[in-house]
Structures are given as structure tokens and as C-alpha cells.
Design a protein around this ligand. Structure first.
Ligand SMILES: *[C@@H]1O[C@H](CO)[C@@H](O)[C@H](O)[C@H]1NC(C)=O
Ligand SMILES: *[C@@H]1O[C@H](CO)[C@@H](O)[C@H](O)[C@H]1NC(C)=O
Ligand SMILES: *[C@@H]1O[C@H](CO)[C@@H](O)[C@H](O)[C@H]1NC(C)=O
Ligand SMILES: *[C@@H]1O[C@H](CO)[C@@H](O)[C@H](O)[C@H]1NC(C)=O
Ligand SMILES: *[C@@H]1O[C@H](CO)[C@@H](O)[C@H](O)[C@H]1NC(C)=O
Ligand SMILES: *[C@@H]1O[C@H](CO)[C@@H](O)[C@H](O)[C@H]1NC(C)=O
Ligand SMILES: *[C@@H]1O[C@H](CO)[C@@H](O)[C@H](O)[C@H]1NC(C)=O
Ligand SMILES: *[C@@H]1O[C@H](CO)[C@@H](O)[C@H](O)[C@H]1NC(C)=O
Length: 782
């Protein structure tokens, strides 16, 4: 297993790979299938860029035939934090390269997705923009911050004009900062300041394919054309901005999780997605520039995860961690199906999304004066003073269209003559058609508004711009349809959206949030933790599109968005906040502090639920939702060391040779390394992928805690075990002193023979009367 050749299917994402191929057909008679590949060569041993470049070119020229010497060219070259490059290769060349002794892995450059809700809602033309507000849990800290923290945001770039990136009150830029503010036709050095201290962009296409009209990735400017990167940056570290709103909604003070932190923006994505080779380049640059943490709201598609060493984020984050840079990532938006979580390497902090206590109400008023509360965000000018004809999709079907399609307002299923001027009721029973498309279908047919029937996604308000919209559940829908049936001329209107806070229960795990267990190994619980990711208000690129700006208003500089993309920077901001107070803490200490102090309760004081009202489990929420203030004083932390990660690579099954390349250390794997031993790395949660109940299985797991509270402390273990499982902590009491900072303990899991099979969840909490150090476990009984 010295090296790997991963051949990701070309269908991976959008048009990227396909377009690049077209560029080549013209220059070759027999079009060879030439595609961008990443060649990963492990840890970097030298800092000499030129030497490394020469070596990489030499390697390429030994593989590529001389008559195609124009391809002996590095698209990206990595030489600081890790070694490797990306280049245009044929599959055969890639395969040959993977045999080279210095090469760890070769994989087709994947296109990663932005993790905004239902990427369609977002990636389709100009999406509704949005900022973070005060009601989220990360925003309540007072001014404890002391030390500068620099946060690197790898995303779609930045809109520097936002109020959230102004710098009054900021001191000198820390001298360790080595980054740059790249200029372009629409981005000047003066767009950077003491808050936004760096901005880079990447030319992501090779010269060979640059002719194609759609190869816009990178865009030739650090400027954010979409708003995703701006929103994420503002959520992590936006400055205080008072009295912001989204056209009057969600009014309040916007601020990021760590308003005192500095921001460096790395634009690795466009509307078409984010090439993995560019993400690697951005991580490499961020480390070199001197960031303290990196926030990545991007991921592979869950179905294409093959291996940690063919996942650009896992590779980049590993080397970042080695150099003391913390990496926080979104879990993905492919929920609620199980095993959809991505970014699952143990050295990555993986974030799920939950709702906040704000709701957006769009009320439906029927001609019979009955009102029904729906949800959604719209800025239409409909009001209670006038109603419009109301029709069910299937009653306004286009000719020859199956009623089942019209009922759901499929594209092309409605008759514009019958739809014009009416409010249309559509069922949303095909999850492959996003809400945005259904809205376009009725809007194009000149409807006045849309009432969409979908209970699942109701908690994630859809933003329909100036088109009237309300989303209702089945119970409300049947009453509306009864009304339509019972009247000759049914009418309705949709009232302007109003927002309400103190909504309960909150948080609730978002429907879309990707779930565990992890596909690559389920001996680590993933996602790790939960943070707000539904209808989050933060800075955006003002969207000037007439279909989203209410009449008479200026384009909003703040807007709401949903996705694990929005949850991730909440954790980045919280981690930066902790780091600014505890300068000397490592990434794993900060991660542990956030994990062992997370809450599993909602604002009713009850256990947090998922959106169908069931108690949320650790495969949905990780250890619970972040509580940044409590995390400042966790009492004990689990330190996951570099050695733990090396062992993880052994246990996962990589060869010693591969691990030595990756780590640049003469490391020996423990004897009998196997996947089960992953449960034993010193992680702040425990997962056991199988415990055999037929032989009354026993597993003993070891952990070590470090005291970061006052020196003389004694902790007692309290166990919450599910039925069918006996859990014993040995010893049950641990004591620390001036000289004893670290203590190890064991947790033994016994499955009773009569236990039912499947995952069981529980927790172990260490208590000293002051602190509560909660460690969550997941055990799969087979
Ligand atoms: C925050 O800092 C300001 C100025 O340094 C100080 O006046 C104020 O009391 C501080 N607030 C808190 C809550 O510590
Ligand atoms: C690039 O595009 C131009 C005009 O579209 C075309 O004339 C030219 O041949 C193209 N070059 C390559 C290398 O495909
Ligand atoms: C906030 O802004 C709105 C208009 O955008 C204005 O009407 C209101 O007075 C402002 N409130 C405060 C407290 O400044
Ligand atoms: C909520 O949790 C229950 C129980 O674990 C599960 O059956 C259900 O599928 C979950 N719902 C969603 C939407 O994830
Ligand atoms: C509402 O806006 C539309 C244009 O979107 C306009 O034609 C119509 O007159 C407006 N209605 C009212 C009551 O302002
Ligand atoms: C509406 O009326 C039609 C025919 O009159 C009937 O088939 C249908 O079931 C009714 N729908 C509802 C929701 O009551
Ligand atoms: C691991 O295996 C090697 C060779 O088989 C042996 O020499 C060594 O003692 C073993 N180490 C442990 C810790 O068992
Ligand atoms: C901890 O206990 C030792 C021995 O009992 C004592 O000397 C020391 O002062 C204590 N430290 C603190 C911070 O209480």
C-alpha cells in the first residue's frame, strides 16, 4: 500500500472536468483523456521552493512524452507545509506516477462543494445573501480577548466594503503575519486593513484550458462574487455592527464569534465549486502566511469519499495541525440520511448545524378569513387588504401533463394561462427538486405567490425574494385544500414575513445537516459538535437582482443563509475566542474544551431533538451544541497528540512507508495495528464500531486527561449508560496536584447478551463540584 491511485468518477461535480477535456480535443488528433490530478508526496523536508519545483518538473518529464512537453507544467505546487503538485495528466501517467517511491497518492482533482443549504438554493444564479446576528450562542462574550488571533477563511473570497470588516480600534497587524493583499482590477491594497489583513485568489485553470468560457474559478480577483465567503468570514470574526437587518427582518447587532480576530481570505471557489488542488494551495499559503486557524465550509460529496489520503481537506488539515494550525470544517448538507458526514479525519473539527430561536413567519390568509401560519422569507407587497384567486397545482395543469406532476409543480407541468395572477399550492414530495426551482416554475407562469407543502424543511426558511411565499405542513395544507374544494372562487393572500425570537424548542438539529457514523471509520464519532446554521444573519455581497430587492429599497448588505457552512464559522469564531484568552493552548485542547462543555439541552431545558421531535443522538449532533463561555474553563482536557494521529494512520491501515512520507518521522506502527484500536486514540469522545453481545463482549478503552483548572482537584466519574450496556470507569476517582497534571483512566464496556443490536449512546462525566467534563460515547452492539 505504498501509494494510491484514486480515480474519481468524472460525474463528481458540475461541468468542471468535462469542460477541461474539451479544451484538449482541439489540440490533439486522438484526444487523450487529460485531466487535472493532484500528486501528493507527503511532508515537506525542504523549504527551498525552486529545488522542489525542479524535482517536481523532473518527475513529470520522466512520465510525460516529450512531444507533449507543454504539459510538463505545474498548475499548483506545494512545498512549504507539504510536498506535491497538481498537473494535467492522462490516467496512465497518473498511474505511473503513483508507483514512484516518493509519491504518497495520486488522485483526480475533485471539485468540492460549498456547504450552504441545499447547494441548489445557493449555487443557482444569484442567491439571497445574509449575516450573523446576536441571538446565536457564540455572541455573548464580553471583552476578555487579549491576544490577536488570525483566522484564514478558504471560500469564495470576500466583499471588503462590508461594515463587518472595518477596523477602527484594531492595533498593528501582528508582525508574524507574512501574507499578502493581492490586487486586481476590482480589488486594491487599500481594501485590506487591520481587520481584513490578507486576501488571495488563485488561477485554477491550466493554460491549456483557459480558453473555455466557463472556467471562471478563481475569477482573477480576491473579491467575492457570490457572498458565501463574506458570510462565513463575518460569522467567524465580523466586527460589531449595530442595527443591521435583512430588509427589516432579524434586526439587531451583527458580530462574529470572535470580533477581535483578524481575517485572511483565500478564494479557492467559484460558482462551479472548489477544485481540491486549489484548496490544498490555499491551505499551504494560509500556513505559510501565519494564520492560527482555518475555517473551511466546503467538502467532498459524501458518496465519493474513498480515503483520507485522496481527500484534499484531510491532507491539508493534517499538515496544518502538524504546524499548530487548527482546522474547522462543515459536516455537509446531505442529511438526514445516515453516513453522510464528510470531513471526518480526527484532526479536523467537524461541525453539524442546528436552528436558533428565531423563526420567520409567512402567514396565509384565506378568503374565508381563516389564517394559517407558514414559514419563509419574502418581501412581496401582498397584504391583507386584497386577496387573489387560489388554486391547487393539479387544477392548473398544462395539457397532457400527469396530474401527479402538476400537483408538485414540476418544471413544465403548469398552464401559464390558468396560473396567471393566482396563488398556487404545490406539494413538495420530490426532494430532488429544490424549493428554488418550484418557486421559479410558478413565478415564470406569472403566479402571484406560492404556498409550498413540506413539513420536513419547514424549519429552514426559504428566501424567495420579492415573490410571495409561504411553506406549510401537511396538516395546514389539507385545510387549505379543503377550502379550495369547498368554494367556487377560492382566494388567499400571503402576509409580509415577520420574525419572532424566543422561539422554542431551539436548538433543533437541522434537517439538512449530514449525519454519522463516518464512512471511512466509525471508531471516531462524527460530526464532533453542533453550532447554529439555520437562517443565520451575516454580511453578504449586496444582491442587486430586481427579483430579490424589495421595491424602493437599497440592496441589503446583510442577509440570512442556512447550511453547515454557516455552523462551521461559529465554531471557528468560538475557538478563536478561546485561543485569544488561552494563548498557549494547542488546537486539540481548544477542541476538547468546546466538546466536553457542549450542551445537549434546548431552551425548554429538555434534551435537544432532531426536526421530527426525537432526541438527537451523537451521530446527528456530535457531543451537543457549543457553549463558548463554559469552554473557557473546562477543568480537564483530552489532548490528542501528533503521535495519536500517527497511530491513527497505522490503525486505519496505511503502511509504515506511507506514514513516514506523510509525517516525515521515523515512526514505527504499534504491533497488531487494526481499525478497532482507533477507539483508543486520545479523542474527547469514544466510538466503538462493534461490540459482540453473543460472547458478552467486553472492550476496554483508555484515555488521559490533563488538568487545566486549579492544581489541587479531585474528580469523580458519573456514568450515563443506555440499557443493555454496562459501563465502568476505572478508577472512578482521579486526583490532580501541583505535580500531577495528567491522569489516565480506563472505560470498560460490557454488552449484556440480551442487549438489542445497533448503536447505543451515553456519556461519562467527570465532576469536581466546579467543572463538568462530559465525554460522549457511541457503541455499536452486534
Ligand atoms: C470592556 O472593555 C472596556 C474598555 O476596555 C471596559 O470599559 C468595559 O468595562 C469592559 N467590559 C467588560 C464587560 O469587561
Ligand atoms: C480560443 O478561442 C478562440 C476564439 O474563441 C479560438 O479562435 C482559438 O482557436 C481558441 N484556442 C484554443 C487553444 O482552443
Ligand atoms: C435602525 O435602522 C432603521 C432603519 O434602517 C431606523 O428606522 C431605526 O431608527 C434604527 N434604529 C436605531 C436604534 O438606530
Ligand atoms: C430523528 O430521530 C429519530 C430517532 O433517532 C429517527 O428515526 C428519525 O429518522 C430522525 N429524523 C430525522 C429527520 O433525522
Ligand atoms: C406590487 O408590486 C408590483 C410589481 O412587483 C406592482 O406591479 C404592483 O402594483 C404592486 N402593488 C402594490 C399594491 O403596491
Ligand atoms: C376535493 O374534491 C375532489 C372531488 O370533488 C375529491 O376527489 C378530493 O378528494 C377532494 N380533496 C380533498 C383534499 O378534500
Ligand atoms: C513488535 O514486534 C516486533 C517484531 O515482531 C517485536 O520485536 C517487538 O517486541 C514487538 N513489540 C511489542 C511492543 O510487542
Ligand atoms: C495544593 O495542595 C498542596 C498540598 O496540600 C498545597 O501545598 C498547595 O498550596 C495547594 N495549592 C493550591 C493552589 O491550593
Amino acid at each position: 500500500m505504498a501509494s494510491f491511485l484514486q480515480s474519481l468518477p468524472t460525474i463528481l461535480s458540475f461541468h468542471w472536468l468535462i469542460i477541461i477535456n474539451i479544451g484538449f480535443i482541439s489540440s490533439n488528433q486522438i484526444p487523450p483523456k487529460v485531466q487535472p490530478y493532484v500528486v501528493y508526496m507527503g511532508s515537506s523536508s525542504s523549504n527551498d521552493v525552486e529545488v522542489a519545483k525542479l524535482a517536481h518538473l523532473q518527475l513529470l518529464s520522466s512520465i510525460i512524452p516529450s512531444e507533449e512537453s507543454e504539459r510538463i507544467n505545474l498548475i499548483h505546487q506545494y512545498s512549504h507545509a507539504f510536498k506535491g503538485f497538481s498537473a494535467m495528466l492522462t490516467e496512465k501517467e497518473a498511474s505511473a506516477l503513483s508507483e514512484d517511491g516518493e509519491v504518497v497518492s495520486v488522485f483526480q482533482d475533485p471539485i468540492l462543494k460549498l456547504h450552504t443549504t441545499r447547494s441548489w438554493d445557493f449555487l443557482e444564479p444569484p442567491p439571497p445573501p445574509h449575516p450573523t446576528t446576536t441571538s446565536s450562542s457564540t455572541t455573548h462574550h464580553n471583552n476578555l480577548s487579549t491576544e490577536d488571533v488570525i483566522i484564514g477563511i478558504i471560500d469564495t473570497g470576500i466583499w471588503p466594503e462590508s461594515q463587518s470588516f472595518k477596523d477602527p480600534g484594531f492595533g498593528e497587524i501582528p508582525s508574524r503575519w507574512k501574507g499578502v493583499c493581492m490586487e486586481s482590477h476590482d480589488f486594491k491594497k487599500s481594501n485590506c486593513n487591520r481587520k481584513l489583513i490578507g486576501a488571495r485568489y488563485y488561477h485554477t485553470t491550466s493554460t491549456a484550458s483557459s480558453n473555455s468560457s466557463k472556467t471562471t474559478t478563481g475569477g482573477g480577483s480576491p473579491r467575492d462574487p457570490i457572498g458565501h465567503g463574506t458570510h462565513v468570514a463575518a460569522t467567524a470574526a465580523g466586527a460589531h455592527v449595530t442595527n443591521v437587518s435583512y430588509y427589516g427582518l432579524a434586526r439587531g447587532t451583527a458580530r462574529g464569534g470572535s470580533p477581535s480576530s483578524r481575517i485572511a481570505s483565500y478564494k479557492a471557489c467559484s460558482e462551479d465549486g472548489c477544485p481540491g488542488s486549489t484548496i490544498l494551495m490555499a491551505i499551504e499559503d494560509a500556513i505559510k502566511d501565519g494564520v492560527d486557524m482555518i475555517s473551511i465550509s466546503i467538502g467532498m460529496s459524501a458518496i465519493f469519499q474513498e480515503d483520507f489520503l485522496s481527500d484534499p481537506i484531510a491532507i491539508g488539515a493534517f499538515h496544518a495541525d502538524q504546524m499548530g494550525v487548527m482546522v474547522v470544517c462543515s459536516a455537509g448538507n446531505d442529511g438526514p440520511d445516515p453516513s453522510t458526514v464528510v470531513n471526518t479525519a480526527p484532526w479536523v473539527f467537524t461541525v453539524a448545524a442546528s436552528s436558533i430561536d428565531r423563526e420567520f413567519k409567512s402567514t396565509v390568509l384565506l378568503g374565508n378569513a381563516k389564517t394559517f401560519q407558514g414559514s419563509g422569507i419574502h418581501f412581496s407587497n401582498l397584504s391583507s387588504s386584497k386577496t387573489y384567486p387560489l388554486a391547487f397545482g393539479k387544477d392548473v395543469a398544462a395539457r397532457l401533463t400527469p396530474l401527479s406532476e402538476a400537483r408538485s409543480c414540476y418544471p413544465g407541468s403548469l398552464d401559464p394561462e390558468k396560473v396567471k395572477g393566482k396563488i398556487i399550492v404545490c406539494m413538495d414530495d420530490d426532494p430532488t427538486i429544490p424549493r428554488r426551482i418550484r418557486k421559479l416554475v410558478v413565478e415564470d407562469a406569472k403566479a402571484k405567490g406560492l404556498i409550498l407543502v413540506n413539513g420536513d424543511e419547514k424549519g429552514v426558511p426559504f428566501d424567495s425574494g420579492i415573490f410571495a411565499f409561504a411553506q406549510v405542513d401537511n396538516r395546514v395544507a389539507s385545510q387549505i385544500i379543503n377550502y379550495i374544494n369547498s368554494t367556487k372562487n377560492p382566494t388567499a393572500t400571503i402576509l409580509p414575513t415577520v420574525d419572532a425570537v424566543k422561539y422554542n424548542p431551539a436548538p433543533v438539529i437541522a434537517y439538512f445537516s449530514s449525519r454519522g457514523p463516518g464512512q471511512l471509520t466509525d471508531n471516531i464519532i462524527k460530526p464532533d459538535i453542533t453550532a447554529p446554521g439555520v437562517a443565520i444573519l451575516a454580511a453578504v455581497v449586496p444582491n442587486r437582482d430586481r427579483t430579490v430587492v424589495p421595491i424602493g429599497q437599497k440592496p441589503s448588505e446583510y442577509a440570512t443563509r442556512s447550511g453547515t457552512s454557516m455552523a462551521c464559522p461559529h465554531v471557528t469564531g468560538a475557538a478563536a475566542f478561546i485561543r485569544s484568552v488561552h494563548h498557549q493552548w494547542t488546537s486539540s485542547m481548544i477542541k476538547s474544551a468546546l466538546m466536553t462543555t457542549a450542551t445537549v439541552y434546548n431552551n425548554l431545558g429538555k434534551p435537544m431533538t432532531n426536526n421530527t421531535g426525537n432526541y438527537a443522538n451523537p451521530h446527528e449532533m456530535g457531543v451537543g451544541e457549543i457553549s463558548p463561555l463554559k469552554a473557557l474553563n473546562p477543568g480537564l482536557v483530552f489532548e490528542t497528540t501528533t503521535e495519536d494521529y500517527f497511530k491513527f494512520l497505522c490503525y486505519y491501515g496505511y503502511s509504515e512507508k506511507t506514514i513516514r512520507s506523510v509525517t516525515n518521522k521515523n515512526f514505527n506502527c504499534p504491533n497488531n495495528s487494526n481499525d478497532k484500536l482507533i477507539s483508543n486514540i486520545n479523542y474527547p469522545s469514544i466510538s466503538i464500531s462493534n461490540l459482540d453481545r453473543h460472547i458478552a463482549g467486553v472492550r476496554s478503552i483508555r484515555r488521559t486527561v490533563t488538568n487545566v483548572g486549579s492544581p489541587n482537584a479531585t474528580y469523580i466519574a458519573r456514568v450515563h449508560a443506555p440499557s443493555g450496556l454496562l459501563v465502568k470507569v476505572i478508577p472512578e476517582k482521579i486526583a490532580f496536584s501541583e505535580s500531577i497534571k495528567k491522569v489516565s483512566f480506563k472505560v470498560a464496556f460490557y454488552s449484556k447478551q440480551e442487549a438489542s443490536s445497533g448503536y447505543k449512546f451515553g456519556s461519562i462525566t467527570w465532576l469536581d463540584g466546579l467543572h463538568s467534563v462530559r465525554m460522549v460515547f457511541a457503541v455499536n452492539v452486534e
